[in-house]
Design a protein around this ligand. Sequence first.
Ligand code: ADP
Ligand code: MG
Length: 800
Amino acid sequence: EENKMKAQEKQSEEEVKMQRKVIHVNRTEEILASRSKLPIIPEEQVVMEQISDNIYVVLAGETGCGKTTQVPQFLYEAGYATEGKIIGITEPRRVAAISMAARVGKELSLTSEEVSFQIRFEGTASSKTLIKFMTDGVLLKEMGHDFLLKKYSVVCIDEAHERSLFTDILIGLLSRCVVARKKRNDPLKLVIMSATMRISDFMENNVLFKTKPGFVHIPARQFPVQIHFSKVTPINYVETAVKKVIQIHKKLPPGGILVFVTGQQEVLTIIKHLQRLCPNTEDPDESVNSNDKKGAWRKRGQKPLKSVNLDEVKRFPEEIEPGSDSDNSETEDVNIDVDTSNLEPLHVIPLYSMLPIEDQKKVFEPPPPGKRLCVVTTNVAETSVTIPSIRYVVDTGKVKDKLWDKVTGVQTFRILWCSKASAEQRAGRAGRIGPGHCYRLFSSAVFEHEFQEYSTPEIKARPVDDMVLLMKSMSIDQVKNFPYPTPPDDEQLQVAEELLLHLGALQRPQGARKGHPSTISPLGLTMSQLPVGPRFAKMLAMSFSHSLAEYMTLLAAAFTVQEVLLEAGGDKALEEKWTAVRKKWTGVGQSALLGDAKVLIRAAEAFEHDGGSPEFCIKMGLRHKAMVEIRKLRKQLTNNINILVENQKEIILNPKLKPPSDEEATLLRQIILSGSPDRVARKVQPDEVSGGEDQNKLKNAYKCGELEDLVYIHHASVLRRTKPSWIVYQEAFEINGKIYLRGVVAIEPEWILVLCPTMCRFDKPLKDPPPYFDHTDGLVKCFMKSTYGKQGWELPVAQI
Ligand code: ADP
Ligand code: MG
């Protein structure tokens, strides 16, 4: 019987193979010439045989060997994009999705619709699409709608070695999806593409793959790279990197220079220095730095905030862009002490994730004749994008790392040493066209003793509430048993599940024991469809029923964007001016209690009214780029939600939204609370802390439900002066050892026990229906004593 089935299976697979029409492509001479140099080209047959014979294949090859640009073409030519099916490739970064789609389209002479890209805000995919490059989050969302991914014949997961959370989850899901598709005689192929590091995580993982995956290793064609360690490890690596570039440029034979730093701001700082030091060095595109230069704090030589925390940004899956986030590097003007006499001009180019598409393309263009190329980049160029003609690499050895507190979710950025594997990758970039040199701005002792072998898979280092919600919405209730390439800690899963239970996104059957797996609730299902993290998804869902969705989409967008309000940074006159603007926006009366949310609503309104010029933004104390991003996000959210609520009342994207009335403001405060059940803070009472504490310090202090330390409302918040007794916040972050709150809104404590009942303890056990609540006249009343959170703060009896 079994043999018969196997034979049948084999036969049907053969049939599928037969059906595929081989497609012939005519490539230009130029393209043929550049392709012929790639190590993967001679291996085409081996690669295609493995894909044909296996449902999963691991393809490992050094960066630049041609995986990303060539494998989709092999598949296309073998007919994988016929019969109405398409070829999908996922990338962890937007830069790669966009630039690789363009490159492959060009090599195949197909249109941007036929070889398309799809990222969160933009895309060229259509019904004509044959090959689709997308961020991993886009494919994850698609799997939420169609677990079997029926329109794909093959999915390639690129850069699998990076181990981003969503790549890991995709691989786990796809490992099951391909088996299901095989059973339906409509096979889907899974190709995992990776640089040659830590392949065993996939190859020797029998949780993930029941049968051994096919494997191809593309031999490297790499010239030797000489590594030069620094004798001492400099403190200011940005300054040292500039010096090193100048030295190389001055003394060493022709060849491009590639500099690795941690983020956009460092890239722009180095470029600014190089432009100043080298004569005739042209300005890179205005758009690259115009707004940044105008940022008032930078103009005045002020430092930006040390650390920035933005929870919800991370919850847009495809937003995750290692090394690209808001920057916190030092940008003071330093006097770089280096001999700049007789310097030749230098062609300096930036490359980082958020760089506009047109500017990204410039790295592939040859520099003007006679000029040396110098690309300053983040770890985007480590494996995702191969820049031709590099002979010298300057590696700071640093990487920007996001750090989450497992319990509280407080997040900070840290600049850390990258892993040894990353440093090797970076060095390798110098050996593409001939023997090269890598200058490491750290000592060999530091490298040996302080560098980790590999970087930690992301799933181990961040909250997973969005991931758990996604899984539960796909009816994967036993999240512990999911085939993770690297499983998260039980504690992480538990924290996520608890938050989702508090939000009401998950439910447990009545009387279920503690360990009983929770399932998605109707509210949770709605939340999982919304393109924001669970907290804001709850707020949006709540706002629908009160016709406040226009305000809530705006707020979700505004709270998601980082550093909307500029900081005067010690400039008294400017501070006064901006404070006055914010005060005016806050208004008076009940609606002023909406605090920072009110300011953001009014700021967006003012921005739209004015037409949104950068000059206007500076005048009003707004960061122009942030306001543009808010506009874009609002549009996107509005579209998404309108599609979701089909046929129902549409949310209108009204750029010139009126300020909310007192009544609307109160509802918004309640909605924001309902999405932030664990982010309540209470003003410290004078008699609450032991006498030793400086009473003056306590004047501004708050206590959070979950944190031991005292916390403070951030200077940029309008509620810092009014100091309401009870507040909710959106972010808690640390600057110089002090914890600050941002996105602050005043609440009434009695709301808590109605809107966040799972956070409360009642003096008698709650029964369902609760006999202690009385709903009359549209009011909810509660007639019992209750306390909030672990700290047991007493709540007044509620009537709302
Ligand atoms: P891998 O994915 O194995 O790292 P890629 O397929 O990304 O390799 O790159 C193969 C080669 O194609 C590299 O030498 C790279 O420089 C080149 N390449 C990629 N994109 C472009 C482009 N837009 N213009 C010119 N060359 C490109
Ligand atoms: Mg690649």
